[in-house]
Ligand binder design. Structure first.
Ligand code: PLP
Length: 369
């Protein structure tokens, strides 16, 4: 199998596999139990939290474990939190993940004002338009991707945070796809909120964390036990939390330069067989390439590749099943036919060039036929 759909989910990292095989079976206790078995896991979670905080370069007090980025995004964009942080309006982009866009649609239906900042064909946010939107004195929350899951385009978050804070607004970063694929330091980024997901870096599914700079103003969306200091009640999933830490440590050792070189080489060969690269001139993730195969239907090519055990995706996994072209590609200004002729190739943390070569060989056969 040649798996080139890592932006949808990543196979378990080496350390996570070892943990599952050797330790997970014994890690069943409830970390909130007062007996020794529970206490042991609670102590471990304390250590894990500080290891994750070190890796993300933030205080461990600002991290809340939860089920993943969909939950984080919905929590930051909950009406309780928007009110608590004094937010009166929201700014976002049309290229966000559905977790954000669908939440924003819901907020709009409740009367919230949402402004969408313009972008160009290369997937770049129009910074002048953003600055314009930030001129409104009513406190705004900018919620924006660090890196786009379909095109891989990286937003200049530090610059956005600067614009946002100079105008006394707030910024939430969906950092799901950036984690492990670019150097990331929360203290350097200066975001007010950031969302992360474990399964995109090789952890178990259903685990993520939310970073909140001003944790004291934060409001939970769930009410129950006192876990996560009441910010996210519910029995802690020790195994998933541990897998998140292990996967994070594994991806921190990745040679990003090599990843980037492989993408460049792959794209050169793709262009050589008449395939176009979306957002080619933008700064992009080292593992992601969105391609357009003129006069072909991406979904049909996906099925043909799948029969050869090569797995890619059309648009994001969350929108597969729907034959509407991806909202991200549409917002770049691609026509319906162009968007439907696109595929996303997203490789893993230790890419093997021979696998890319097999992809090229198969694509060449398909395109020629
Ligand atoms: N944001 C981005 C950019 C994503 O790619 C995803 C996953 O597809 C999510 C948010 C949702 O993350 P999770 O699966 O942890 O809910």
């Amino acid at each position: 199998m040649i798996y080139l759909d890592h932006n949808a989910t990543s196979p378990y990292s080496v350390s996570v596999k070892n943990f599952i095989k050797n330790e997970m079976i014994d890690a069943w206790a409830n970390p909130s139990s007062e007996h020794a078995e529970g206490g042991k896991l609670a102590n471990e979670i304390k250590l894990i939290r500080s290891e994750i905080a070190d890796a993300l370069d933030c205080s461990s007090k600002s991290l809340i474990f939860n089920s993943g980025a969909t939950e984080s995004i919905n929590t930051v964009l909950s009406e309780d939190n928007l009110s608590s942080f004094g937010v009166k309006r929201i700014i976002s982009s049309a290229m966000e993940h559905h977790a954000t866009l669908d939440r924003l649609k819901y907020l709009e239906s409740k009367g919230w004002e949402v402004a969408y900042v313009e972008n160009d064909r290369e997937g770049r946010i129009n910074r002048d338009h953003l600055k314009n939107l930030l001129q409104d004195p009513r406190k705004a929350l900018l919620t924006i991707l660090y890196a786009n899951n379909e095109t891989g385009v990286i937003n200049p978050i530090k610059e956005f945070a600067n614009d946002v804070h100079s105008a006394e607004h707030l910024i939430h970063v969906d950092a799901v796809q950036a984690l492990g694929k670019i150097k990331l330091s929360l203290s350097d980024l200066d975001a007010d909120f950031a969302s992360f997901s474990g399964h995109k870096i090789g952890a178990l599914k259903g685990i993520g964390c939310l970073y909140v700079s001003d944790i004291k103003s934060f409001k939970p969306i769930l009410h129950g036990g006192g876990q996560e200091r009441g910010y996210r009640p519910g029995t802690l999933n020790y195994s998933a939390i541990k897998s998140f830490m292990l996967a994070l440590k594994d991806v921190m050792t990745i040679d990003l330069e090599r990843m980037h070189e492989i993408r460049v080489k792959l794209e050169k060969e793709l262009k050589g067989i008449g395939i176009d690269i979306n957002c080619e001139s933008s700064e992009r993730l080292p593992n992601t390439t969105s391609i357009m195969i003129p006069n072909h239907v991406g979904r049909e090519i996906l099925y043909q590749l799948s029969r050869k055990n090569i797995y890619v995706s059309t648009g994001s996994a969350c929108s597969s099943g729907s034959f509407e072209p991806s909202h991200v590609l549409k917002s770049l200004g691609l026509s319906k036919d162009e968007a439907n002729s696109c595929l996303r190739i997203s490789f893993g943390f230790n890419p093997v060039y021979e696998e890319m070569h097999e992809l090229i060989t198969s694509l060449t056969e398909i395109v020629k036929s």
